[in-house]
Design a protein. Structure first.
Ligand SMILES: Nc1ncnc2c1ncn2[C@@H]1O[C@H](COP(=O)(O)OP(=O)(O)OP(=O)(O)O)[C@@H](O)[C@H]1O
Length: 780
């Protein structure tokens, strides 16, 4: 055995002793936490107050246990030998001595200030570190140690191998699993500075593909929760991702760091109980994303507050009761001027209209034919008034002036009626207005969500009784419509089934479907009756108006102006981390500059940009090709510098259209045979069906669930839009020309597609390649 190996083994043995001790201590702490949780559960007291307290403590201990469980994997991964001080061990969680008497902790949480030199020390700026040691473990066993020596004295004491970037490179070369993992053991200095940046104000993290923006954003969430737990655990950190698929992809990172006070959502998921089920064309999504839509929504509401031109008439107890048009208008105008939200103003409108009807009623019932004083006394008049207050015909008349409205009513009612659109959106062209038309009851798209949110802001909540009454009314309406629809269909089509899907084209069916809108109102009413023993994250998830402690936006370049508007309402303190790359923006309504995005919401000087410059994902061979596409997007842009070179050039192949499927199949088979990594086939939107069909019988092909294809499969087909933020060992891009043509920002889509590869990249094409890819150099 060489001396170096003997020394290394001795060091491993020493670290093993320390790491075993840490695991013993972790087991003790977990046992204590579990015992405390059990004792809370056993605590006496059956009052609702005691139950709520018990649940709160339970949640706290459950969270602590989750953090300790998460820490068990790779508990300790580093050691710092300070030049003028003690030795410190760095890990996933902080551990103290049992008696707590000794000041130095047994293990430092990676987020503690004292642990920072582990990420920042370099030979040039050692930050007081003599030696940084990385400790690799498998389960509870130390498998190796590797050192960097920053101090000549320490160097003379240590003769083992020096492996600077080995841990990073080995992490980056590992096969991908379809789920992002944490990088806590190998955070790089430029990333660490961003992770620990001040909480106040808006921090924009810009950087090219693969620079770790998502990784940094998630570790920042974990850091902020550590540094400001008192506020943030109560107010919750919201992380916005570009799609539910992406949220699934990154969903394990924070739990693996022991953090659960975080809510992950896409913009489409911002309204509780509403799951968008429709996909818009890019034109419609762009139109709905424009800020002018806020004016359209406001105008649509004003139009719903318009009293009938010839006033109101109601028959009651043999009398015709009237409120003339001028009086109706006065009441509506003053409700609008009151500044109250629409539904909050309704009780006042109702009271004044009932008063006006009652006045007419009293005049008719007690009027003196000879022109004298009214014959009814004050009590009689009050009785008549209260008789009218619950009269359905009167309430229906009030509805016609100032209806109870949910966001779904307002926006669904607007889109369903070209006349309403014309009145609310005179600033749009005819063609644009036509894009907005949609029958009611078909559902909602991601692009509708900010509009529904805008509507909700103007409307306010329905009070419980109104929500219930409305649910009852709509239930009755639904039954009536169902009967009607059945009748109509029975006459028209004999015994044909009235399955809703069969009827999707009939107007009756559309109306029948529209009652699904009610579910959220009813769900809301039901929820309010429950005792509120939910965790802050659960409460935030169920509350559209929740104000968050910090908001992190990933792939922020994709958000439309309306989406930003909706999001900013959730974070009035503007404590935000915004992560994105403008060159990867494919959304036609997406950002062109961070100044444009933030200008309306954040004062200059309250936001700053931090850049990430190193590409941890795509190797230099892939970036050489992708960089040429970037140069076509913007000749002045600099692609991020790759840390890895894999020694394999990307390939491209021209194929006959008839052979595309067979060739694709061959390429996927070859990739699968070449290793145990995953494979993604990336295509232009609309071309996915063909690719799925070509790969139908490939073993390991993804299944498709409600959030899209399962990324944990070995082979997956995705549109470029779906692949945003993801990465795969092998990427096969099909028909770049079609990707470029598919949208106004098609070149950015092609840049995104090429930069998803961690190791192998291939391009299949039946048409000419864009100039940036046509040049022969850089290809195998
Ligand atoms: N310090 C690090 N240590 C180990 N792996 C890292 C580190 N930083 C980033 N990575 C890895 O690099 C890959 C790319 O990171 P990430 O997805 O965060 O990049 P991104 O900038 O968000 O990319 P894109 O803009 O393309 O979505 C991921 O696999 C991530 O885990």
């Amino acid at each position: 055995m060489t001396t170096e190996r003997a020394v290394a083994e001795a060091e491993v043995a020493k670290e093993q002793a320390y790491v075993s001790m840490l695991y013993d201590r972790l087991d003790e702490v977990r046992a204590d936490a579990a015992e405390r949780r059990r004792s809370v559960e056993r605590k006496a007291g059956n009052t609702p107050q005691a139950a709520v307290e018990r649940d709160a403590f339970n949640a706290l201990h459950a969270q602590r246990l989750a953090a300790l469980d998460a820490a068990a994997r790779g508990l300790c991964f580093g050691r710092l030998d300070l030049t003028d001080g003690p030795t410190r061990y760095v890990g996933r969680v902080g551990l103290q001595h049992r008696d707590g008497a000794i000041e130095e902790p047994l293990l430092l949480d990676w987020r503690a200030p004292a642990a920072q030199p582990f990420y920042l020390a370099t030979a040039v700026e050692p930050a007081g570190v003599g030696r940084r040691r990385r400790i690799a473990t498998s389960g509870r066993t130390v498998t190796s140690v590797s050192d960097e020596i920053f101090d000549a004295d320490a160097a003379s004491r240590w003769t083992g191998e020096l492996v600077g970037e080995a841990a990073l490179l080995s992490a980056l070369s590992a096969a991908r699993t379809g789920r992002m993992g944490d990088v806590v053991e190998t955070i790089q200095a430029e990333q660490d500075r961003i992770i620990r940046a001040e909480r106040q104000g808006v921090l924009v993290v810009a950087g090219g593909p693969g620079t770790g923006k998502t990784a940094v954003a998630l570790h920042r969430a974990a850091y902020l929760l550590y540094a400001h737990r008192d506020v943030l655990a109560r107010r919750v950190v919201l992380v916005i991702g570009p799609s539910p698929t992406f949220c699934d992809y990154i969903g394990q990172v924070l739990p693996s760091l022991g953090e659960t006070d975080v809510l992950l959502r896409s913009i489409g998921g911002l309204i509780p109980d509403l799951e968008p089920n429709l996909t818009e064309t890019p034109e419609v999504a762009e139109l709905k994303g424009r800020l002018v839509m806020a004016e359209v929504v406001a105008a649509a509401l004003r139009a719903r507050q318009e009293p009938p031109a010839d006033g109101l008439r109601v028959r009651h107890a043999g009398y015709e009761l009237r409120v003339d048009a001028r009086a109706c208008r006065r009441i509506a105008d003053s409700a609008r001027r009151s500044g109250r939200l629409h539904n909050e103003a309704r009780p006042n409108v109702q009271r004044r209209l009932v008063d006006a009807f009652a006045k007419h009623y009293v005049a008719q019932v007690g009027g003196d034919p000879r022109g004298g004083r009214n014959l009814l006394d004050e009590h009689d008049q009050a009785d008549l008034r209260s008789e009218l207050a619950d009269e359905p015909a009167i309430l229906a008349a009030v509805e016609s002036v100032w209806p109870w409205l949910t966001p779904e009513d307002l926006i669904g009612g607007l889109f369903a009626d070209p006349d309403r659109i014309a009145a609310a959106a005179p600033m749009l062209t005819d063609a644009e207005r036509a894009l907005l038309v949609r029958r009611r009851g078909l559902g909602w798209s991601d692009a509708d969500v900010p509009l529904l949110d805008e509507a909700a802001e103007l409307l306010g909540n329905l009070p419980d009784h109104a929500a219930e009454a409305r649910a009852r009314a709509l239930e009755a309406e639904r039954r009536e419509l169902e009967e009607y629809a059945e009748g109509v269909l029975a006459i028209a089509q004999g015994s044909r089934s009235t399955d809703i899907e069969d009827e999707a084209d009939s107007d009756e069916a559309a109306e029948v479907l529209s009652v699904f809108d009610v579910v959220s109102g009813r769900g809301l009413a039901g929820r309010m009756e429950e005792i509120d023993d939910r965790t802050p994250v659960e409460r935030a998830a169920a509350d559209r108006t929740w104000v968050y402690g910090h908001v992190i936006v990933d792939e922020a370049q994709e958000l439309t102006a309306m989406a930003w508007r909706a999001l900013m309402r959730r974070i009035p303190t503007r404590s935000m981390t915004i992560v994105g790359d403008l060159f990867q923006s494919s959304s036609p309504g997406g950002a062109l500059s961070w100044g444009d995005v933030l200008g309306p919401y954040v004062r200059d000087g309250n936001w700053r940009v931090a850049e990430l410059t190193v590409n941890y994902r795509a190797p230099s061979e892939v970036m050489a090709i992708a960089g040429r596409v970037l140069a076509e997007i913007d000749p002045d842009a600099t692609p991020p510098r790759s840390v890895r070179t894999v020694g394999e050039l990307p390939w491209k192949e021209a194929v006959d259209p008839a052979d595309l499927g067979t060739r694709l199949r061959k390429a996927v088979d070859a990739a699968l045979a070449g290793g145990d990594g995953n494979v993604a086939v990336l295509v232009a939107a609309g071309a996915e069906a063909e690719a799925w069909a070509a790969l139908e019988d490939v073993e390991g092909l993804a299944t498709v669930g409600p959030h899209g294809p399962d990324l944990r499969a070995r082979v997956v087909v995705l549109t470029v839009g779906q692949s945003k933020g993801l990465e795969f060992d092998t990427v096969i891009v099909v028909e770049p020309a079609a990707i470029v043509e598919a949208s106004a920002r098609g070149r950015s889509d092609l840049y995104v597609a090429l930069t998803r590869a961690t190791t192998h990249l291939g391009v299949l094409h039946t048409r000419d390649l864009p100039a940036s890819l046509a040049a022969p150099d850089g290809w195998a």
